[in-house]
Design a binder for this molecule. Structure first.
Ligand code: ZN
Ligand code: ZN
Length: 296
């Protein structure tokens, strides 16, 4: 069996903290009521390296806020019907249907993420709709805003459904920032060569990132069909033991371990993904290790 490890050969770069889903600068009474400079400063305090202001069907030029502390990348939350983030675009694509907007985003060199799949109800994004679309990069497996709206901010069920049906899609973690207390609750940790859109996109295409609510990856190695995985807190601390959950097709939990490292011997699973859990309940979602012949 030939397995693909999205975390192979991670040298010459560093882990960068990124949020792709933020509403700001659209004025009083709207989702983005906070001024952009206030929001950018909030994320700088939280040590983010990358931020995208993604307003509803509205392109917001934030390039002037990029400096040596934070990289601003352009994006729009397509909101004509089921929401999705179109990242790296130079305009809103809400006049197009989902598939056309995804295709145009890819042509521009960007990528698309389906938003909050369980907002309001299980299956805000229906399985059929997600399966009918092609070319999006992933889904928000974690969107903490939803926990103060309605439904569930977790979409591991939708993720495992897509993976189990042969679709290679990645799990993203985003704040969906509306108000200041929304900041820093779910994010992406991306291993990239440099803080540039090009480098980040390259890493995202390979799946060299995790979705998180407070943990960072230390490593995920794959050798002789054995996964070795380790998480850590973002800061230096003596806390070095975590819970590791190994999950496969249709969300089946293959093993749960507690210790300094998680170890799992692959025995023909189509994919296996790892969730790490910290002592305070903080989560880390690794992208799947998978059989190339199965996931496309
Ligand atoms: Zn939305
Ligand atoms: Zn939003």
């Amino acid at each position: 069996m030939e397995y693909v490890n999205p975390y192979e050969n991670l040298t010459d770069g560093k882990w960068m903290k990124a949020n792709f889903h933020t509403h700001a600068g659209t004025g009083p009474g709207t989702c983005g009521a906070n001024p952009i400079d206030v929001v950018v400063n909030t994320y700088k305090h939280l040590k983010y390296d990358v931020l995208c202001i993604s307003n509803h069907d509205l392109f917001t030029d934030t390039s002037e806020y990029t400096d040596d502390r934070i990289l601003m990348i352009p994006g729009v939350e397509y909101s004509r019907s089921e929401h999705m983030l179109t990242i790296g675009v130079d305009r809103s694509l809400h006049e197009s249907v989902h598939q056309t907007a995804i295709d145009i985003t890819n042509e521009i060199g960007g990528f698309t993420v389906l938003c909050h799949p369980n907002w309001g109800r299980k299956g805000y994004w229906s399985h059929d709709k997600m399966m009918s679309l092609q070319g999006y990069k992933g889904i928000e497996v974690l969107n903490m805003l939803i926990y103060r709206l309605s439904g569930s901010g977790l979409a591991a069920d939708a993720w495992d459904y897509l993976l189990s049906n042969g679709r290679l899609v990645y799990g993203f973690g985003n704040d969906d920032f509306h108000a200041i207390p929304d900041a820093g609750r779910s994010f992406n940790v991306i291993f990239a060569k440099e803080p540039s859109f090009r480098a980040l996109k390259e890493s995202i295409d390979k799946g060299s990132f995790c979705a998180s609510s407070g943990l960072y990856p230390e490593y995920l190695h794959l050798e002789d069909n054995i996964i070795r995985v380790k998480a850590r807190y973002p800061i230096a601390t003596y806390v070095d033991e975590f819970t590791y959950r190994f999950i496969s097709e249709n969300g089946k939990v293959l093993d749960v371990q507690f210790g300094k490292e998680g170890v799992y011997n692959l025995t023909g699973e189509k994919y296996v993904r790892v969730e790490a859990i910290g002592e305070n309940g903080a989560m880390l979602y690794f992208q799947p290790v998978f059989q190339e012949s199965f996931l496309k």
